[in-house]
Design a protein around this ligand. Sequence first.
Ligand code: ZN
Length: 475
Amino acid sequence: MPITALLRIALVCLAGASTAASAANAAPDRSGDGEAAFRELYKELVETNTTLSSGNCTLAAERMAARLKAAGYRDEELRVFFVPEHPKEGGLVAELKGSDARRRPVLLLAHIDVVEAKRADWVRDPFTLIEEDGYFYGRGAADDKAMAAVFTDLLIRYRQEGYRPKRTIRLALTCGEETSGAFNGASYLATQHKEWIDAEFAVNEGGPATLDAQGRHQIFGVEAAEKVYQDFALETTNPGGHSSIPVPDNAIYRMAAALQRVAALDFPVQLNEVTRGFLTRMAPIAGGETGAAMRAIARDPADLQAIATLSRDRRWNATLRTTCIATLIDGGHAPNALPQRVRANVNCRIFPGVPVDAVREALTAAIGDPAVSVTIAEPRSIATPVPTLSAAILGPVEQVAAEVFPGVPVLPMMTTGATDGIYLTAAGIPTYGISAMFSDPDYGNVHGLNERIRVRSLLDGRRFHYRLIKLYSGQ
Ligand SMILES: [Zn+2]
């Protein structure tokens, strides 16, 4: 993407005025910790449509900048950015300067774009924040406007209470996380303007915090590693011909056979510091045969019995190895003609540290048919190192979790999904997924219909991050 970046340092006066007014006449805050103002901010963010098809991330960024400005942030501490080619896919970088320049900043990353949502498919309007039966409903209510709102809100509170951190706190609200191929703000900042976001480490979404079906806290995940997302394009061609005189060599059959071999392919089991830690801590929680297998694998990753047991569960199987699965297929050009070209997409989630080329070779070898080509689909992912999970990172999480979520086990984990953290880690900013927003077993149906988050979970997450970022920035 040619980036002839013309940056507009948006003086957010217009939005500033209206938001300053709304901040001024917000409902009186009885909680004493600014909850009413937070609810206003969260509502404004969720109700600013930021879908790629019809939304505007830059407007959402301006509105958050206006709230920071109303709280006393100066223009030089706020930067609304976008590139001319994508005026509606902008974001915000904000900064609360620390008193000790020797300490590198901490970065708070949240994406403000959301997955598409059709009014007709939802029970309620996806772009109106609705509070009902202890839940907030709306597109992005959980993913990821909960964290974007909590991070913006804590910067406001820190400034209002005159908190001066030792370490600078930087906030990046970005667009493009939910859509591959569109403008990605995190990638842009990491590659084009690292100086705006540079930090010793970053806190991001991810690290699932789960409730059981009765709403009881189960585990508090800290995402310390992320598998690498990579698509591979499979293709086979054939001379074709008239379907009334068929021959055995058929492009669709050839692709079907190739995909059957991909389906049968199991990548070797691997462990890293994070997954070994996860399995060790998860074993007593899982208990039973699963728990025993987790303990066994953490001791010996070649334990076949334990591998067989854990591979039966899709979550643990994906935690132990690279996975590849067919997700798209298309072929043939006419119902009465033998197919000439068939294409398929195989989506892989690669274990950190494994080169993308090695996976392409493994797929090619498994297929074992030179007539089926396997190529790395664009965009080609960057192999990222596994960040170390030091006591300086995990300690404060465990400390605050014990205060806000007493008795809930904190588990370092590798997520099988992908976040924008991958761009920061690749740019040398170790990134940790610490959501602290406890979700129902279905993750509040993020990306799906009627996305929701428990009001209690959001407010607890707010309390948690307010304390955690004080600890990190006061270190
Ligand atoms: Zn997200």
